[in-house]
Design a protein. Structure first.
Length: 510
């Protein structure tokens, strides 16, 4: 028969083993989570690129010996790193893979950071950037080795690492924005209505992009015969499929270029210029999506300015509820945010096009015209159609305190200048003839402390002297409500104690 001491030791040993097992399980789960964040999206992307590269090589009757260099080049190209082949640089790269990589990183980080505290996110962030950077380093090494035998050139290492950090860093920022955005706004002391104005500017930019996408679809329908001729250059089912995939991958670039044209800038693909007033035709690469480029001027082309006009009117109406000056300020902030997004998108969507020169939007013109359309049009719309005094959401923060009613301002100033009630840190009850350690009296309330049993009645003996009653005399109920903005603390007194008993207690204290 085992002794109690042996049984207790065995219990402690089992508890220790369980704790070690739980700790080991938690560490293994954390390690798996970090590995998923680091290599989940990159490995998936590499598998897709490997399949696509193998199909292309086999269709070209080439062996799979150069598959590694092809996959490495496509990995860097998906991060907007320019690709150079036989001294011809392709800098305008499809945005669709880049957006998919950023979205995949954002989704993975959001899922694995949901149950982590902010102070535990550093290993997760390092993993989310470390995995893609490691694959970028391997890709650079493969291309550097292949450059000795193949016509491909090794890209700039610093540029490659920078683009990798930028793409996946944007995904991380979108994933953690709901957690950190409010804290960042408070630390930078940004007015809530300024945030709302910038959000409205982003939505207005989205309206222009949506209108551009609709215009692209309509142009593809109207120029279907030209697109079909370009598909014919594929010469086989696999070639048709490749042209279709490339067209879809370059679709975001085309939509951004069309958005720049809709606000008044011009876009070009080599010698071909797209402009609402003075377009120029020419030879372009046989990519079906490029059939949307104009072959000549059209009478209805200036009517496409209606897209920017709709965005401007919507922006002006979105500023309802402020005074006129505040509405104009909100519109200008929103226009600046939309113009900034337009410039960033134009930078990403353009680049070098080998022997054809460059392709993309006139970046300065796109930013300036976007700001002018939304700023001037939105200001005119909010002056003509805007309304004062109807705030759709949130409290006013553009207006200063003088816009509040004068009594409210006086009350706020009085409350700010009034000293807080001075309470002692601790009040010890005095018991006549009894040891305080043996007393079962209640915990007396001082300052923000509360009684342990607020629902039970308090038995007050004649010999007990307490500070709360004196403080109640020194700080009347009306004064406490005026200074602190809340009702003073009520003390539960047993119903058997009347006013005479309370007077007796106070006289004993004095």
């Amino acid at each position: 028969m085992s002794s109690p001491r042996n049984g207790s030791s065995a219990s402690r040993l089992r508890a220790l083993r369980n704790a070690r097992g739980a700790r080991a399980h938690q560490e293994a789960t954390t390690a798996r989570s970090l590995m998923t964040v680091a290599f989940g999206v990159p490995v998936t992307a590499l598998v897709i690129l490997a399949v696509f590269g193998a199909v292309v090589l086999l269709a070209a009757h080439e062996g799979l010996g150069s598959l590694a260099s092809v996959v490495s080049g496509m990995w860097l190209a998906s991060h907007q790193v320019p690709v150079s082949i036989t001294e011809v640089t392709i800098g305008i790269l499809p945005l669709a893979p880049t957006l998919l990589l950023a979205a995949g990183t954002a989704r993975t980080v959001r899922r694995h950071s949901a149950e982590r505290a902010n102070q535990d996110l550093l290993p997760l962030l390092i993993s989310a950037l470390g995995g893609p950077l490691l694959i970028t380093a391997v890709s650079l090494a493969v291309l550097m080795d292949a450059a000795s035998t193949d016509p491909v050139q090794s890209p700039n290492a610093l540029l490659s690492f920078g683009w990798t950090v930028a793409v996946h860093g944007i995904g991380i920022a979108f994933a953690l924005a709901p957690r950190w955005f409010g804290l960042l706004v408070r630390r930078l002391h940004i007015a809530p209505d300024a945030i709302r104005a910038m959000r409205s500017g982003a939505l207005a930019f989205g309206i222009v992009l949506g209108g551009a996408a609709i215009v692209v679809v309509i142009r593809l329908v109207l120029r279907f015969s030209t697109a079909r001729e370009m598909f014919g250059t594929g010469n086989s089912a696999l070639g048709y499929l490749g042209l279709l995939v490339l067209s879809l991958l370059y679709l975001p670039n085309i939509v951004i270029g069309t958005a720049g044209v809709l606000v008044g800038a011009n876009a070009h693909v080599g010698p071909v210029t797209a402009d609402l007033f003075n377009p120029h035709a020419g030879q372009v690469p046989p990519l079906p999506i490029l059939s949307v480029l104009p072959a000549g001027s059209a009478v209805y082309a200036p009517l496409l300015f209606v897209v920017a006009l709709v965005a401007a009117v919507w922006l002006g109406r979105e500023a309802d509820g402020w005074s006129l000056g505040a509405r104009v300020r909100a519109v200008l902030i929103a226009a600046g945010a939309a113009a900034t997004l337009m410039v960033l998108a134009a930078v990403l969507a353009g680049g070098e096009l080998g022997v054809l020169g460059t392709a993309g939007v006139n970046i300065p013109a796109a930013g300036v015209f976007m700001f002018c359309w939304l700023g001037a049009g939105g200001t005119l719309a909010t002056v003509v159609l805007g309304r004062d005094g109807v705030r759709p959401r949130g409290a006013p923060s553009w207006e200063d305190e003088t816009s509040l009613p004068r009594p409210a301002v006086d009350e706020i100033e009085d409350a700010a200048q009034s000293p807080e009630p001075a309470f002692e840190d601790e009040v010890e009850p005095e018991f006549a003839g009894e040891d305080p350690a043996d007393s079962t009296g209640p915990a007396y309330l001082t300052g923000s402390a509360q009684a342990t049993e607020p629902d039970s009645a308090v038995e007050v003996d004649e010999e007990v002297v307490t500070e709360p009653f004196d403080r109640a005399d020194e700080a009347p109920r009306e004064s406490a409500e005026r200074q602190t903005g809340s009702a003073p603390i009520d003390f539960d007194i047993d119903e058997d104690i009347d006013d005479a008993d309370i007077d007796l207690i106070l006289r004993n204290k004095n």
